[in-house]
Design a protein around this ligand. Structure first.
Ligand code: MLT
Length: 238
């Protein structure tokens, strides 16, 4: 079996048929989605545009839906929640349909359509997501969201965490980016914050004052919720 890591959805090569895809947007979409699922939302529907989110919301009663996501890192006008994982608390999301659109993350999730299994991962659930993926016994493709179609180091560090855990669970052939990501993660794992100093999206989060979000996003293996994307919606696998 193999693990292939792609730095952006656009860089994907080959088809996903029969494979297990793990989607990562560490800062912050897949961390927020994992929090929403952990805290009991009915489902998360990831869409790529604001228009699509509004159309999707019409399919549900107003009081069962939350319109969520960000543009430029902040709340979309008229929406209920932005993209801070700390907003997705039990009192906000329990039993709700969370419709979300983010700049990069929800594009990456939709790019995984066609795979046999699609797992949503972040550092908080990395060990549990890796275990779930290994039990599915197929080739693994890790799709990183990146930032505006470019490689983003935060995602690669998280991909490295997943590769690190998978390598402890089975025999996998690794592509060069899987090896790079694993090494990078193993060097940085005690101090993710420091490793990301100067990188584009991390610095943007700091400039917006999202220090608590960063702290939350960098906590490792503290959440055993593994969200899966099935038929257009993200629900809890375990
Ligand atoms: C994205 O999808 O680009 C991100 O999650 C942006 C953000 O951090 O809000």
């Amino acid at each position: 079996m193999r693990i292939d890591v792609y730095p952006t959805p656009d860089s994907l090569v080959g088809d996903l048929y029969g494979k297990t895809v793990i989607v990562i947007d560490l800062l912050r979409a897949t961390t927020s989605i994992t929090a929403a699922v952990e805290n009991g939302c009915r489902m998360v529907v990831p869409v790529v545009s604001v228009e699509e989110a509004l159309i999707c919301a019409e399919k549900f009663d107003k009081d069962e839906v939350l319109l969520c996501g960000e543009r430029g890192g902040v709340l979309i006008e008229g929406f209920d929640l932005a993209n801070s994982p700390l907003e997705y608390s039990v009192d906000r999301v329990l039993d709700k349909v969370v419709i979300t659109t983010t700049t990069n993350g929800t594009i990456a999730i939709n790019a995984a359509k066609g795979a046999k299994n699609v797992i949503i991962a972040c550092l908080r659930n990395a060990a549990f997501a890796a275990k779930a993926a290994s039990e599915l016994e197929s080739d693994i493709v890790i799709i990183c969201a990146g930032t505006q179609k470019k490689y983003s180091m935060d995602d690669i560090l998280c991909a490295g965490a997943i590769v690190h855990h998978l390598k402890n669970l089975g025999e996998y052939g690794l592509c060069d980016l899987s090896i790079t990501a694993q090494k990078l993660y193993e060097e940085a794992q005690g101090n993710i914050d420091k490793a990301l100093l100067g990188t584009l999206h991390y610095e943007k989060m700091r400039a917006l004052g999202f220090y608590d979000d960063l702290k939350f996003c960098f906590e490792q293996d503290v959440c055993d919720t593994v969200p899966v994307f099935v038929d257009g919606a993200i629900v809890k696998m375990r």
